[in-house]
Design a binder for this molecule. Structure first.
Ligand code: NAD
Length: 296
């Protein structure tokens, strides 16, 4: 099938590659030319705008940073809705505010364009392996129609409910990941300053109840003092903002989320916004005056 792909950043590139491996043709657009060149080098065609992508493809995937970017690419001038025919399907795989998904869906509906929200979890490594966890909101019949496309990028695609349900599920995921990295950082600052080799702590506890996918993915990065993204601090600030906004609107206090948000904001203020979210450990290293990274 010919699939449009808009947004070829850290996640979009490997996801588009996996779609091509599954036999699909990709028509790609990104505002950053070198991201388009990369995917063209892998066999995709390029398009000059989101509108042009939608004119050429009946199924269009967006993988963009946040709600305003998706609104621009879909609803803006030369956007998807300027080019899409009625009956086309927009699969928005970006992590955005659930309310924004509903607003974009309403505009799509006016043009007879179908839309699902289908954000992902797993980060770059799982995007490369094609083993993302995909959480989906929208009409169940549209989910069923695009299921095989989603499965070319993920090991699971779970239907969560009406439009916005995918992004609500993703907010829960992002709260858990942020708090988990903070818990790991706090605990490793404690045990390292108390004199135990952090590698030994990792080896001893990763198989027990405290072990987690987050611990396995992030502790090796922290030990290596490697904060190349991965998932950027600034994107996690965006997700926690969306979680806090949603919590405020529906009356759910997010006490721990707001504390971790302050840590992320401090890291952003110190110029670490483009680093991996495992850099939360750097905050703890500073306030505890300890280095968790392994000696050479
Ligand atoms: P990224 O910043 O690497 O990529 C975003 C891409 O969108 C960039 O190439 C940018 O040029 C492009 N873009 C921005 N505005 C555009 C527009 N109007 N039209 C066309 N292209 C535009 O981000 P990423 O890490 O790939 O994340 C994408 C989404 O996936 C985000 O919502 C993020 O929260 C989510 N996500 C990321 C990860 C991760 O580990 N990186 C994991 C799960 C989910």
């Amino acid at each position: 099938m010919k699939i449009g792909f808009i947004g070829l950043g850290i996640m979009g590139k490997p996801m588009a590659v996996n779609l091509m491996k599954a036999g699909h043709e990709i028509v790609a657009y990104d505002i950053v030319e070198e991201n388009v060149s990369y995917i063209v080098g892998k066999g995709a065609q390029s398009a000059p705008s989101a509108k042009s992508v939608a004119e050429q493809c009946r199924t269009i995937i967006t993988m963009l940073p946040n709600s305003p970017h998706v609104k621009t690419a879909v609803l803006g001038k030369d956007g998807v809705l300027d080019g899409a025919e009625a009956g086309s399907i927009l699969i928005d795989m970006s992590s955005i505010a659930p309310l924004a998904s509903k607003e974009i869906y309403a505009e799509c509906e006016k043009k007879g364009v179908e839309m699902i929200d289908a954000p992902v979890s797993g980060g770059e490594p799982k995007a490369v392996d094609g083993t993302l966890s995909i959480m989906v909101g929208g009409k169940k019949e549209i989910f069923d129609r695009v299921y095989d496309i989603l499965k070319a990028m993920g090991s699971s695609a779970v239907y969560c409910g009406e439009i916005g349900a995918g992004n609500t599920t993703k907010l829960a995921n992002q709260v858990i990941v942020a708090l988990n990295i903070a818990a790991v950082s706090e605990a490793f600052a404690l045990s390292t300053k108390a004199g135990v080799d952090p590698r030994k702590v990792f080896d001893a506890i990763r198989g027990g109840l405290a072990g987690s996918t987050v611990m396995d993915a992030k502790v090796p990065m922290i030990l290596a003092n490697n904060y190349n993204p991965g998932f950027k601090i600034d994107l996690h600030i965006k997700d926690l903002n969306n979680a806090l906004d949603t919590g405020h609107k529906i009356g759910v206090p997010l006490l721990l989320t707001s504390s971790v948000m302050e840590i992320l904001q401090k890291l952003h203020a110190e110029g670490c916004g483009q680093e991996d979210h495992s850099a939360i450990a750097k905050f703890y290293e500073k306030i505890a005056d300890v280095s968790i990274s392994e000696k050479e």
